[in-house]
Design a protein around this ligand. Structure first.
Ligand SMILES: Cc1cc2nc3c(=O)[nH]c(=O)nc-3n(C[C@H](O)[C@H](O)[C@H](O)COP(=O)(O)OP(=O)(O)OC[C@H]3O[C@@H](n4cnc5c(N)ncnc54)[C@H](O)[C@@H]3O)c2cc1C
Length: 436
């Protein structure tokens, strides 16, 4: 790889490869290529590696993941193998370990819990039978509302149905008004338990990055190619190579922030346009003491006019051994609060916690808040299947162009998009297009 302002190992006889992005997919690609003897450099816009894996060290001794937390399904998962190699300690979290609260803060009783389950299975059935009965797409919300005859429901039932809808948003990060009823859940099933890292997800990216040539602070601005090679322009000079592996997040591709010199194939442009980039944000709150139950999850069922607000919480005090709670907000509300000040967000979170646990709970002694949609190098949290997108579009997004420009990243994995392991596998796939 040669740059006008810098030269790397010019003596190498391997192919010269530039990898754009030092997230898990870029690191996986670069590592595979380096192991095959290729001459590879990673260009990363941020001053850190990891991308949407981002372990905060802001609170001494309490590493917190602001991006990905879980290995989703450890059975046969390549990230679980890397975790073992890194000797990283993990903790199982159990989705069935949950305490549920109603809008007034009272705990959900057995009858109400059954009603919630009943509505959830009605929604699942409605979506499954829609998928079997048509190939015309519609939004998840419209299919559910039609099947359950929304306007005839009592306010009480509307609240429970809304809670179920927002559950889909937390899982897939898209708004149910935009999610494809045909394809929202396409892809691989998760196999095995979910685990998170007590010492942070960065242990995985740090392991992969070891020994690689990575240039942080290099913002890629344009990518050109012809039969003789590729040229990658950055804020710190121009780089030349035989191949480039582009791992830019879907949101960044959609924004047009990086210009592609020769035109990209129509199928790839359509895929970029039609797939969706969703939002999931985190708000960690640290308290002087634990005042919540010992279950892994806490869920809150707000009134319909507070749709999607602070519905899902995880008790992070078990893995961190600290009085810390993590509140999630997805999709529309997750996006809305990015425009709020930190104080507004914390007050809003505390409003929900006070409704549940009483107004005399202690004030938080610290907070950490994410804004993934406003982040110029992510422009969202992860991709989702928007109305009128198709699973084949992920293959189009993944396809290489002229055997020069290769694509990886979570959004390019047809079955395991939205995940760390999907991103990782896509990086290996792209690297193998260049060197097996
Ligand atoms: C809040 C949140 C929670 C999540 N939870 C989980 C979870 O629990 N489990 C799970 O499996 N997955 C989870 N995910 C998804 C997972 O984090 C991603 O699928 C995965 O990390 C994506 O990796 P990637 O390499 O495709 O992209 P990225 O990690 O985004 O890497 C792309 C890199 O490109 C860089 N870049 C962008 N623009 C430029 C430019 N112009 N020039 C140079 N470099 C550039 C970025 O800075 C970034 O480092 C979560 C994501 C978020 C945001």
């Amino acid at each position: 790889v040669s740059a006008t302002d810098a030269n790397t190992s010019a003596s190498s006889e391997g192919e010269r490869v530039i990898v754009v992005g030092a997230g898990i997919s870029g690191l996986a690609a670069a590592r595979h290529l380096a192991e095959q003897g290729e001459d590879v450099v990673v260009l990363e816009a941020r001053n850190r590696i990891g991308g949407r894996i981002w372990t905060s060290e802001k609170w001494a001794g309490v590493p917190l993941d602001l991006g990905a937390s879980w290995i989703h399904g450890i059975d046969g998962n390549p990230i679980a193998a890397l975790a073992a190699k890194a000797k990283a300690r993990t903790v199982v979290t159990n989705p069935d370990s949950s305490t549920e609260y109603l809008a007034d803060g009272s705990e959900v009783d057995d009858a109400r819990a059954k009603a919630i389950e009943r509505w959830q299975s009605k929604m699942e059935d409605a979506l499954a039978s829609y998928q079997e009965g048509t190939d015309k797409d519609a939004s998840v919300r419209s299919v559910v509302e039609r099947a359950l005859d929304w306007s005839s429901l009592s306010d009480d039932d509307k609240t429970l149905v809304s809670f179920g809808l927002n559950d889909y948003e937390h899982e897939y990060a898209g708004s149910v008004g935009q999610m494809s009823a045909l394809h929202f859940d396409s892809g691989a099933d998760i196999k095995g338990k979910d685990v998170l890292f007590t010492g942070g997800y960065r242990q995985i990216t740090d392991l992969l990055a070891r020994g690689l040539s990575i240039r942080t602070g290099h913002v890629v601005e344009h990518i050109d190619w012809d039969s003789s090679g590729v040229t990658v322009g950055t804020n710190k000079g121009t780089f030349h190579a035989d191949h480039v592996v582009v791992t830019l997040p879907l949101g960044v591709l959609q924004s047009g922030a990086v210009k592609f010199g020769s035109s990209l194939p129509a199928s790839k442009r359509t895929a970029i346009d039609k797939l969706g980039m969703g939002v999931l944000n985190k708000c960690y709150l640290r308290f002087p003491k634990v005042f919540w139950p010992g279950t892994d999850w806490m869920t809150y069922v707000p009134d319909v006019d507070k749709y999607g607000q602070w519905e899902q919480w995880i008790n992070i005090s078990r893995p961190t051994r600290q009085p810390v709670l993590l509140g999630f907000n997805a999709a529309d509300f997750g996006r809305t609060i990015e425009g709020w000040s930190d104080t507004q967000i914390v007050n809003s979170a505390m409003g929900t916690l006070k409704t549940i646990f009483g107004s005399d709970i202690p004030a938080p002694v610290g907070y950490q808040i994410t804004r993934w949609a406003s982040d110029p190098y992510a422009q969202g949290s992860y991709s989702f299947n928007k109305i009128n997108s198709t699973p084949a579009m992920r293959d189009h997004l993944a396809a290489s162009v002229d055997d020069r420009v290769h694509f990886a990243g979570e959004a390019t994995h047809r079955d395991s998009y939205q995940t760390v392991h999907g991103a990782y596998l896509s990086g290996i796939r792209a690297a193998k297009e260049i060197a097996d």
